[in-house]
Design a protein around this ligand. Sequence first.
Ligand code: SF4
Length: 353
Amino acid sequence: MTEHILDVRDLAVSFFTYAGEVQAVRGITWHLDRHETVALVGESGCGKSVTIQTVMGLLQSPPGRVTGGSIHFEGLDMLKLTPRELRSIQGNRMSMIFQDPLSYLNPTMRVGEQIAESYRLHHRVNRREAQAKVREMMELISFPEPERNMRAFPHQLSGGMRQRIMVAMALICSPGILFADEPTTALDVTIQAQIIELMNELKEKLDTSIVLITHDLGVVANMAERIYVMYAGKIVERGSAADIFYRPRHPYTWGLLQSVPRLDARQDRVFRYIPGTPPDLLNPPAGCPFAARCPYACRACAAYMPEETDFENAHACRCWLYHEGAEELRKKAEADWKEQGKEVGSHGEEGAS
Ligand code: SF4
């Protein structure tokens, strides 16, 4: 049996506030294999960023606290490490790229020095050796005019160049895992494509695995091999990228896919959205958290959380539609999904664009 590089089981994380306990992550199980890219996908507030912060040991506590489950990274029990042990892993064996480089780069330090600092934190090297490593990294990320730009301050670079600097800082120690939290959200589409290509290239060259956190299914399609769809602190569907894009099963996944703007769709169908808002996690519903927004919700949905139904190829979802007693409703839901596919162009067929 292959050992996963990262193994998260039944993880539960809450924030203890004056208003009460906000159950941000509610018992999720997922894993990452070596050389793999997986994506955690969902709307803002679904728990994906909290999950990653917890895995990296960056959860702010208080008010955050892990209330259950386990996290193992290369066999290490991450929840039992001392702060010193955690620091030796953060930025070294596990690294992160954030969505807004300007908030994370030091405005008073030259970017070359900032990359070198990331390296020197974890390696006993002198200044000159660190600078040589930075030059090597700048070449690897194809940074234009590296000698000149290494001496620039963050505000003197474009958004795309700043994000390249973040990628260089995150990867300079060749981490086993790179977490990318909405890495391209603040960039325009052409630069987005360059950053995605760069991360895919570096993953191969540096032998890294990637966890991508995003609400943008376009980015996911270009990077991830497997996808976990999160909603209200739970994983509601999981599967290969092909299964999630071409054979989605959960009504929330259908909604997410329909929300991707389609320029080839009829004018009135270009922008679609999921009506309603996610539930309040101070008082999460007992049943399916999507029930208040789901067009196929029945009485059981609001009262009981469905178990996972397994399909082929490790594809699974949590939805009462796949209960044997819900055959008629399921057929109607699947027919609606196919019908909507015809309206927006095409979906449901592998190879369709
Ligand atoms: Fe909709 Fe019910 Fe399935 Fe939840 S369990 S997604 S409410 S059909």
